[in-house]
Design a protein around this ligand. Sequence first.
Ligand code: LLP
Length: 402
Amino acid sequence: MLDANKIEFFEKVETPFYFYDMDLLRRTVWTVSQLSAKYGIEAHYAVKANVERRILEYISSMGLGADCVSGNEVRFASVCGFAPEKIVFAGVGKSDREIADALKLGIYSFNCESLQEIYVIDAMAERLGKRARISVRINPDIDAHTHVYITTGTYENKFGISAHEFDELISLVGRCRNIDFTGLHFHIGSQITDVENVFSLECERVNAIVSYFESRGLKVDDVNLGGGLGVDYEDPDGNPVADFDKWFGIVAEKIDRRPGRRIHLEPGRSIVAQCASLISRVLFVKVGETKNFLVLDAGMNDLMRPALYGAYHKIENLSARLRPNLPQSQIYDVVGPVCESSDVWGAGRLLPLSVRGDLMAVRSAGAYGQVMASRYNLRDFAPAVYSDDMHGARLRTEYFER
Ligand code: LLP
């Protein structure tokens, strides 16, 4: 919740910036670690969602593992306190150098996405005198009913190995002398809101695939179901913590378990999305022929999701909240300063009457926000500002001296 204290603090900081509510992050991660223990499910934070150092350090300190998709993510996760044996490395295109570095670090496992990758890892492990633990990512051909760009588990997608390669995979694993096959990995998509149906279907499909492999002599000790739990972009204050209990509960109930089998989940968005807002100011109020525009000082380069996926983020005028009289409302197209027509935060948004200088918040910006920022138009990166630094001795002066 962006209350009056926070708004007063924002007044002093140069915009745009990402504001991280560390109390909410702590509450969210605590929820996940409690549920992990309750259901006996290992959670690996999907590092790609947000790589701010303080965030990674906090998440690792709470005992979660890390799901990485590049050599740099693997290395940085390790620097931020994730033990190598809690790091898994996925991704369809791992380079030789990334594979070698991860082998040297001794990560828990490679989530392999093609048969050729398994050959390459086996050869690399031999050359380095290491053993490589691998899980194999399977494409279960499930439609996650989410945005087409963040659906990953159908045969239309590039991810994972599909059914026609299963038998070849079994014989390949038997032949590779430097790898230890530990299990199967799945991930069907992101921002899944139909939790009950989609994850139940995933569990059913996974059970069938796991028993197919086990019936052919391949022991599946690790079953990793990936991430994907959706968050409430419409009402971030009403639902600040995603429904982890429902997700973990469905998996615990529906997935086949046996002694020695470990179940893993990889939440990314659901851990970090709600803890950040992109804070900016109204630069100009433009009265157009047919529309009124609010031009903010934050743009698509700071947070690409609306321009890239047509994603909805709630927009709030924070300054108007502090005005003494209840402000009138008006419909605006809220836009950024970047020279692209798609640099729109939200079209036709009903907001309080807004003026130049008003502080604005783009909510639910913690996941796939700062990490996907660019310097397009040679704009500066919006920095991170943390709620922990708002008070007393820990106030970081550099926030005010940019
Ligand atoms: N595991 C794997 C193998 C993944 O590919 C992903 C996300 C996750 C876990 C974490 O999924 P989550 O819990 O965050 O849904 N940039 C897009 C989202 C891309 C997600 C890619 N994979 C967006 O802004 O919506």
